[in-house]
Ligand binder design. Structure first.
Ligand SMILES: [Zn+2]
Length: 71
């Protein structure tokens, strides 16, 4: 299991809510659940992303996930 704060995932810099997952996909899913509840404007922007933008975002995100320490 790996953990990342909302801010580390690209959320507001002062949001320290911890998100967790066993894979990058799980962590993103947990993050989306939190963003939908806590930052609805951000969730709306994410939902407007094109499939290409989403793929690019995941490509950037995966190395960050891999670099996290295992909890
Ligand atoms: Zn947040």
């Amino acid at each position: 299991m790996k953990q990342m704060t909302c801010a580390q995932m690209g959320g507001p810099a002062d949001c320290t809510v911890m998100l967790s997952g066993n894979t990058a996909e799980e962590l993103v899913k947990d993050g989306m659940g939190h963003v939908t509840q806590a930052h609805p404007e951000m969730a709306a922007n994410i939902k407007k992303m094109t499939p290409e933008q989403t793929t690019k975002w995941m490509e950037d995100f995966k190395p960050k996930f891999d670099a996290l320490p295992e909890m």
